[in-house]
Write a protein of this length. Structure first.
Length: 346
């Protein structure tokens, strides 16, 4: 009335997995639900027909009350082939156009090939309009603090986009992960925590002060180990002071990076066991480790959570948290994607 318009807060899911149908068909993944196993017989990835069904994604979002979802593709997290990355990126853009105002694509690039990376990143930002880029928690068996990645971090900083870090499908190569599905249960989270700590200790955040990095799954729960990290971080008491690899220290206190420089999503728990309780407990525990100002909402659909009902219960549980829940659901989203309102209206 009276010409006053009310802008409703936008709920964004910052971790939606999407595999273009052409890629799923080529790998024989279409139409079936089941695990793939690596050369050592360890479960490494879940084939899921929902990954390619964007119409079903939208139906879930409508049911759960999710306005927009950020899409990423596992096939592009650590892909050295620019043509393969470009195909994924074009499919991301097509998803945006086919479902206007519902999806936001992330770029996928050959991060270690400076020339090819910069060219594809420029196309993704300037032509396709993506606000971020997705990478694995290690790239071509290199850690994220490897100096060979500095051109990537520089290009991202120059473009003003954010980086989404997700564990790779392959399990951690430790032979004690060879039972009980431990590679996926714990290995993926361990890889995220390692990547976050190396980014701090390796000086990446100091060299690139404008970087915005979103780690999946509360960075694998790194916050719960910070008392141990701080203790060993003194270096002098543990015999590593001055050692080239083991004596590294960031310029600032760890807590400053944890609560000011890094972002996290609250995905990582797995249904279907008492969805509302699990999702709420997971998020509340995560907030004991990191500042709520740095956390964005994510479901990890359709892998960790697969049903419309579970997704709705999760959204409702986070909303039930009150102000912290509102910050997670939508209050912090524009820190990573500043033009959300415009993207929603497209």
């Amino acid at each position: 009335r009276g010409g006053v318009s009310i802008i409703m807060p936008i709920i964004v899911d910052f971790q939606h997995h999407y595999t273009p149908k052409e890629l799923a068909d080529a790998k024989g993944e279409a139409g079936q639900l089941g695990a793939s196993f690596d050369e050592n017989g360890n479960p490494a990835y879940l084939f899921n027909p929902l990954l390619s069904d964007l119409d079903e994604h939208v139906r879930m979002m409508n049911y759960a009350g999710i306005d927009m979802a950020v899409l990423s593709c596992a096939d592009g997290f650590d892909n050295p082939d620019r043509a393969a990355c470009a195909f994924i990126n074009d499919k991301m853009k097509q998803a945006e156009e086919d479902h206007r105002g519902r999806f936001i694509g992330l770029a996928h690039v050959p991060a270690l090939d400076a020339a090819e990376m910069e060219a594809e990143l420029a196309r993704c930002v300037d032509e396709l309009g993506f606000p971020g880029v997705a990478i694995g928690s290690e790239l071509q068996d290199r850690p994220l603090d490897d100096p060979a990645l500095d051109p990537f971090w520089q290009a991202v900083s120059d473009r003003g986009i954010y980086v989404f870090v997700h564990p790779l499908s392959k399990v951690i190569g430790w032979n004690r992960m060879d039972a009980d599905d431990l590679g996926r249960v714990l290995g993926w989270e361990f890889s995220l925590a390692v990547a976050a700590l190396r980014i701090m200790n390796g000086g990446v955040l100091d060299r690139f002060p404008d970087l915005r990095i979103q780690f999946a799954h509360f960075a694998g729960g790194l916050g719960r180990y910070m008392s141990r990290v701080r203790g060993f971080g003194t270096r002098t008491q543990w015999g590593t002071e001055g050692h080239a690899r083991h004596g590294r220290k960031p310029h600032n206190d760890y807590d400053w990076y944890i609560n000011n420089r890094l972002f996290y999503d609250n995905a990582g728990w797995v249904s279907p066991v008492d969805t509302a309780r699990q999702g709420l407990e997971w998020t509340e525990f995560g907030l004991k480790e990191v500042a709520v100002t740095q956390v964005v909402f994510a479901t990890d659909y359709p892998q960790a959570i697969r049903t419309n009902e579970d997704c709705k219960e999760y959204v409702d549980a986070i909303r039930f948290m009150g102000l912290p829940g509102e910050k997670i659901l939508h209050g912090n989203a524009e820190k990573l994607i500043p033009d959300l309102e415009e993207r929603r209206r497209r």
